[in-house]
Ligand binder design. Structure first.
Ligand SMILES: [Zn+2]
Length: 328
């Protein structure tokens, strides 16, 4: 065999190893997604079936493979196991491979590893937000710490070369930290309250009006109708709460993203988030039940995180390309 073939084979084996390592981390991320919001321990191994509560055997906990072998069903009771665990594992594996491929060690030092750990936090936040419409504070802090740690490690030099070289400068990262999150803060705390007074407060007025009507209503049929209407307005109010603004989690995640990736990537991420979020909102509205008012509400965090994930790899190049085309 010629040396080039050997190097190619070695590369493939190495990438497979990186993928499998990522998959293992993904398996741990699944545990984080499920247990952190409930305040359960991450270390004790007590994975159990969601339907029959049977403890899952160690040999049935092999990432991706076990799920495929069991054809997505619990060994004990045959209940369907969500493909999401496998999706999270595969996603993390692919993410690790991309980090490794886009930021080679020769140029960026161990940046690929720090970025992969940072992105792991984002994966947990995205799925937590999908499940609970909230991001856990501890995971938000983790992503912030990873970004700060990465900057600190750039100061370390081994044999004259940096341990970590970031694709953005410290200045770009500091501006990135406040740029998008600052705009979101203004939207969240200035524009949203105004919006609330103009539009959402109408629902509260409706609720009071309907409640008064219900008190005075004697007819059984009408009472039933009114109760139904009240329930509807109540769900609307409940769902509207965080919809028109950003959660604090969204703002923190964009600040941490900015500190890790820099201004260009963060702005790019925001653009992607708004575009994908808008497409999703339209699809959701179009396919939703006409009766269902809750179709207005959805978590925006996952879209910000999708934006950051894409921006981490292509954001700088895309923004540079865009600016160059515009100037020409
Ligand atoms: Zn079961």
């Amino acid at each position: 065999m010629d040396p080039e073939t050997i190097i190619a084979i070695f590369n493939v084996i190495f990438y497979v190893f990186v993928f499998l390592f990522g998959v293992t981390i993904g398996s741990f991320l699944n545990v984080c997604i499920l247990r952190i919001p409930k305040g359960e321990s991450l270390i004790t191994n007590n994975s159990h079936c969601m339907s029959c509560n049977t403890e899952i055997k160690r040999y049935d906990l092999i990432p991706i493979i076990s799920w495929c072998l069991l054809r997505g069903k619990c060994r004990a009771c045959g209940a369907k196991i969500s493909p999401r665990y496998t999706i999270v594992e595969a996603l993390t594996g692919i993410m690790f491979v991309i980090c490794f491929a886009v930021f080679p060690y020769d140029t960026y030092g161990i940046y690929f590893a720090l970025l992969a750990l940072f992105m792991s936090g984002l994966i947990v936040l995205a799925f937590q937000d999908l499940d609970t419409q909230e991001m856990c504070v501890s995971v938000l802090i983790y992503t912030g710490i990873m970004a700060i740690l990465t900057h600190i490690l750039t100061l370390i030099r081994i044999d004259g070369s940096q341990l970590v070289t970031m694709p953005a400068t410290l200045k770009e990262c500091l501006i990135g930290m406040v740029s998008v999150s600052g705009v979101m803060l203004i939207i969240g705390f200035v524009i949203t309250p105004v919006f609330y007074i103009l539009f959402i407060s109408q629902d509260h007025k409706d609720l009071r009006r309907l409640s008064r009507a219900l008190k005075n209503e004697k007819d059984a049929k009408e009472t039933k109708k009114l109760t139904k209407k009240i329930e509807k307005v109540k769900t609307k109010i409940k769902n509207n709460g965080p919809v028109f603004g950003f959660g604090m989690g969204d703002i923190v995640v964009m600040a941490a993203g900015g500190l890790m990736l820099g201004i260009k990537a963060t702005v790019f991420a925001a653009v992607i988030a708004v575009m994908t979020g808008a497409v999703y909102a339209v699809i959701r509205k179009a396919t939703a039940d006409e009766e269902d008012d809750s179709s207005n509400a959805f978590a925006f965090g996952p879209f910000l995180i999708i934006g950051l994930a894409i921006a981490a790899y292509v954001g700088n190049a895309a923004v540079d390309g865009y600016i160059n085309t515009m100037i020409k």
